[in-house]
Write a protein of this length. Structure first.
Length: 220
């Protein structure tokens, strides 16, 4: 079986997301780029029952190998991998606060400087369309043209990263931002940081951390 270590990391990440409380059941999905295509979690298999062999190998032409069917959301994973060569992993979650904001069709504005980790001063929210469709994939790819995360109206969120570890870090950070924004809205109108400040933070992230270590905030 090829890429067994990556398969195990994918399962561990799925379980971590559920245990962290930012995903639940069999919702959400993960993909990781490999030679010739990408690996993606299977459709409808509980994460705590998933085995490395259950992870599906897909090519960019949408053909797949293995005993399981790929996630029903494979289209946006494939399109992101095809169009954004710097992306090594894609994570989709039905996290509580991101999904709650998406039900209001509300993007996350720059209520905290850490939004810069998402690649800009907002985390956009794409329109609602039925899950698993090419139309949804097109909206997501468009939103991620200059961002590393987006919300899906009445659905959830998507994060990307150069590695699975960094994509998972960003998913937790974006859900934290969504929770902070939601809580702030309960007592008032949050102050929004200006775009030029977020630009300065993005520049600072490029040199953040130790010289020989690329830290998560640099993202893609």
């Amino acid at each position: 079986m090829k890429n067994e270590d990556i398969r195990k990391q994918m399962i561990a990440t799925c379980i971590f997301m559920n245990e962290r409380g930012i995903n639940q059941g069999t919702s959400g999905n993960i993909s990781v780029r490999v030679d010739g295509g990408f690996l993606i979690t299977p459709s409808g298999v509980p994460y705590d029952e998933m085995k490395p062999a259950d992870i599906v190998t897909m090519k960019l032409d949408a053909s797949h190998q293995g005993p399981r069917k790929p996630s029903t959301e494979w289209r946006f994973h494939r399109d992101i991998m095809e169009k954004k060569k710097e992306v090594g992993a894609v994570i989709h979650l039905h996290s509580m606060f991101c999904t709650s904001l998406s039900m209001l069709r509300r993007e996350i504005p720059a209520v905290h400087y850490m939004i810069a980790a998402a690649g800009g001063p907002t985390v956009p929210c794409v329109p609602y369309v039925t899950w698993g469709t090419q139309e949804l994939a097109d909206y997501i790819v468009g939103a991620l043209q200059d961002r590393h995360a987006c919300l899906l109206s009445n659905h959830g969120m998507v994060c990307i990263g150069p590695t699975l570890k960094k994509a998972a870090w960003l998913a937790v950070e974006i859900e934290t931002l969504a929770a902070q924004y939601w809580r702030a809205l309960q007592i008032g109108v949050p102050h929004i940081l200006p775009d030029d400040e977020i630009g300065r933070v993005m520049e600072k992230f490029k040199s953040y951390g130790q010289v020989k270590e690329k830290r998560a905030p640099s993202c893609c």
